[in-house]
Design a protein around this ligand. Sequence first.
Ligand code: GDP
Length: 195
Amino acid sequence: LFARESEFVKGVVAMSGLPPADRVEICFAGRSNVGKSTLINALTGTKALARASNMPGRTQEINFFTQGPDLYLVDLPGYGFANAPLPVVEKWQRLLKQYLSGRQTLRRAFVLIDARHGVKPVDAEILSLLDSAAVTFQCVLTKTDKVKAKDRDRVLAQVRTALAKHPAAYPEIVLTSSEKGDGIATLRAIIAGLI
Ligand code: GDP
């Protein structure tokens, strides 16, 4: 699956712009700076791919990438930057809600959580949104190379406690470091299992 090149398809700003729902889809969500682009690049084995999502003007879009003929990888806009104007925030929240609750082919959301910080209130908002949209989500700890094992375990326990409140949570948490390559093969295998 991941031997194929991933390609950017389009950035979507309204439901009418979604590509045809003709294949399995998974999406990635996370606070700005959590390491989402780096992780998507590590997964797909490309350097420049998710940079497309971080380009000015693309950061409020839902970005679609193909991974072979049978899978869409969907990069949701990073959240948690307080400096975006309210109408902009409200517009993408509306789109996000519509997308998550309306997309038949969406199999799972991967919610990225920084291994140093754990689940923050702004993350919990997305988790609740996923609950109400009935989208199964799985948490991925990022940047595990930046924490000592003891601190990581403390954060892991905090994430587990937070997940227990969310009916749509898939219990297994994936530990990753895009820097070191840790957890990337695991995540690929999980994704391959969803097709
Ligand atoms: P995004 O805003 O979520 O797309 O975050 P980026 O992928 O742009 O990453 C934000 C910053 O974290 C960048 O400086 C990355 O180099 C760094 N980063 C991302 N993943 C890792 C990781 O696994 N380990 C370390 N040490 N740094 C990382």
